[in-house]
Design a protein. Structure first.
Length: 250
C-alpha cells in the first residue's frame, strides 16, 4: 500500500483520523464483492470495521436441493467466515426479507441504531442511484439499502429527537457521521488500490460458497472488474482498484 493510499484510508478529507467504519449492506456477500479489498486494507491499518447486513440473503443460492429454510443460517455463517478473513468480527444482521426491501421508518430506525452504537467516523454504503453501465450493482435491495442508509445518516442518527426510543429505551446518543463512501455508484471519484489485498478479497468471496455456481470463473471475473476500475481511476497498468464516491456528511 502506498503512503497516499494509507493516508486516504485512515484519515478523512479534513485530515481527522478514521478509527471506526460501519458498512451497511443489503445482503451477505455485498461488502466482499464491492469493498473487500478496501475493508482488508482498513483492518490491516488498525481501523475497526463493523457490518450491518440488512437481510439474511434468503432469496439467494442456486442449489434446489438445499432447503430454503436453511439459507438464512448458511448465509449468516458464510458472512461471518468472510468477515474473519478480512478482520471483521462485529457483524449484525437486521433480519429483513431478501428481495422485498424498501425504505421504511423501521429500516431507518434500525440502521440509526447501528450508527449510534458503532459511532463511525466513516460509513460505506450502497448507491441509491441506478448504475446503467453495470446493472448488477443496482439490485432493487441495493438501491433501497443505500437510500435508507443515507436517510439514517442524515437526518436521523444525528437528531436526538428522531427515533426517540433509541435514546429513551436503549441509551443510544445521537451521532453525526462525517464521511460516507458510496460503492456501486455510477459516478465514482475515489479509487483505492487493492492489489495487495486482492487475494484476501477473493478468499472472502469464496466464503460465500452457496452463491457461487461457477467457482472456477469467479476469480478472473473479479480481477477483470477491478482492472477496469483501476484503469478508469488512472492507476498504473497491472493494478487493481475498488471505486467509491466520497461524500462529506459532517
Amino acid at each position: 500500500m502506498t503512503d497516499a493510499t494509507h493516508s486516504t484510508l485512515t484519515h478523512d478529507a479534513s485530515g481527522e483520523p478514521v478509527e471506526r467504519v460501519l458498512a451497511v449492506m443489503a445482503h451477505p456477500d455485498d461488502i466482499d464483492f464491492g469493498s473487500g479489498g478496501t475493508v482488508k486494507a482498513l483492518t490491516d491499518a488498525g481501523v475497526q470495521v463493523s457490518y450491518a447486513i440488512i437481510t439474511n440473503g434468503d432469496a439467494g443460492g442456486f442449489d434446489p436441493a438445499v432447503p430454503r429454510s436453511e439459507i438464512p443460517r448458511i448465509r449468516q455463517e458464510e458472512q461471518r467466515a468472510a468477515g474473519e478473513v478480512l478482520g471483521v468480527d462485529d457483524i449484525v444482521f437486521l433480519g429483513y426479507r431478501d428481495g422485498e426491501l424498501c425504505v421504511s421508518h423501521e429500516l431507518r430506525r434500525d440502521i440509526t441504531r447501528e450508527i449510534r452504537r458503532v459511532r463511525p467516523n466513516r460509513m460505506i454504503i450502497q448507491s441509491p442511484d441506478r448504475n446503467w453501465d453495470r446493472i448488477a450493482a443496482s439490485h432493487p435491495d441495493h438501491l433501497a439499502a443505500g437510500e435508507a442508509a443515507i436517510q439514517a445518516i442524515y437526518p436521523d442518527a444525528r437528531n436526538p429527537f428522531a427515533h426517540t426510543s433509541l435514546l429513551e429505551d436503549e441509551g443510544l446518543q445521537a451521532w453525526s457521521v462525517p464521511e460516507v463512501w458510496v460503492m456501486g455508484t455510477p459516478t465514482p471519484d475515489r479509487w483505492i488500490d487493492v492489489t495487495d489485498t486482492f487475494e484476501a478479497k477473493l478468499a472472502a468471496i469464496h466464503s460465500h460458497a452457496s452463491q457461487l455456481p461457477d467457482v472456477a470463473g469467479i476469480d478472473e471475473r473479479v480481477r477483470g472488474w477491478l482492472t477496469a476500475q483501476a484503469q478508469r481511476g488512472g492507476l498504473p497498468d497491472g493494478r487493481l482498484a475498488e471505486a467509491f464516491m466520497v461524500v462529506s456528511t459532517a
